[in-house]
Design a protein around this ligand. Structure first.
Ligand SMILES: N[C@@H](CCC[C@H](N)C(=O)O)C(=O)O
Length: 285
């Protein structure tokens, strides 16, 4: 048996997309880890799966995300744009709806070939992040020493810890990222963003992703950075979040219950097929 896949990316946050809509079995964490290997597999930050949506559900597909370490993620912004691009190209439509663990997300074509996804409202309660115990999400009591002037914890369907720093380039991503990901405050671990406010319209951010490590970009992370900065009154309700791989525009309208709108590019790199030998090797391991 051979398995078809598509390699995609959103500003360098890269994905292998597996289309399971023909009834193919869901990938195991072991398959995800083997595929994520950049030398012996294909390489990706997240594995994105497309499964059939229930008739009448309003969704074009059910979209799932597994990290490079095989762990699941409830949300993935850049992956959602890539899944939306695939479904738009396939259907010829300019808008699609994705059923994800974080809810039904709508995506539409924006100007300049970009794609906007409504990532849904941020979740700001301590139980929703989740934190391990009741605490102020705008001043979470981290056990890990850090250089931030302010910290926010929030969920975009997956947990984020945003640290506001004076210089994002100098942030010790490789050492503090993994420590904060596993800080005892985060029972489900967390994605970690170091954010430097440039002005009211721009934030520079660098990301350590739960289950994937340093990535060139993180869509849900950019949403978390934007929301945290907006809630602190540091930026306007539309902000450019500059990540290592490129820029995402994050808008969060003031309307009660509004979702966070994330706009950026999505690209297909190539289509491929996993060989029978590769699949057998994963099974035998
Ligand atoms: N790259 C993603 C976020 C991926 C999920 C994350 N690592 C997690 O475990 O929550 C994005 O673009 O949002």
């Amino acid at each position: 048996m051979r398995v078809a896949f598509r390699k995609m990316h959103g500003i360098g946050n890269d994905f292998v997309v597996l289309d399971l809509r023909d009834g193919a079995p869901a990938p195991t964490p072991a398959l995800a880890r083997a595929l994520a290997d950049r030398h012996r597999g294909v390489g990706f930050d997240q594995l994105v799966t497309l499964s059939p949506a229930e008739a009448g559900s309003g969704a074009d597909a059910v979209v799932g995300f597994l990290n490079a370490d095989g762990s699941p993620s409830g949300a993935c912004g850049n992956g959602a744009r890539c899944a939306a691009l695939l479904l738009m190209e396939e259907s010829g439509r300019d808008s699609v709806a994705l059923r994800t663990e974080a809810g039904l997300l709508t995506a539409r074509r924006a100007s300049d070939g970009l794609i906007t996804v409504d990532m849904g409202p941020p979740r700001l309660g301590w139980r929703e992040v989740p934190l391990a115990f009741e605490a102020d999400v705008d001043a979470p009591p981290l056990s890990t020493p850090h250089p931030a002037t302010a910290v926010s914890a929030l969920s975009m369907g997956n947990p984020h810890c945003v640290l506001f720093v004076a210089d994002a380039e100098a942030a010790p991503l490789e050492t503090l990222g993994p420590a904060l990901e596993r800080d005892r405050l985060f029972p489900e671990r967390a994605n970690v963003e170091f954010a430097q406010v440039i002005d009211r319209g721009a934030v520079r951010a660098r990301v350590w992703e739960r289950g994937a490590g340093v990535t060139l970009a993180c869509g849900s992370g950019a949403c978390a950075v934007g929301v945290a900065a907006m809630r602190r009154g540091l930026v306007d309700r539309r902000v450019a979040v500059r990540l290592d791989g490129g820029t995402l525009t994050i808008e969060w309208p003031e309307t009660p219950g509004a979702g966070v709108l994330m706009t950026g590019p999505a690209a297909t790199v190539f289509d491929g097929e996993l060989s029978a030998g590769f699949l057998a090797g994963v099974e035998a391991a």
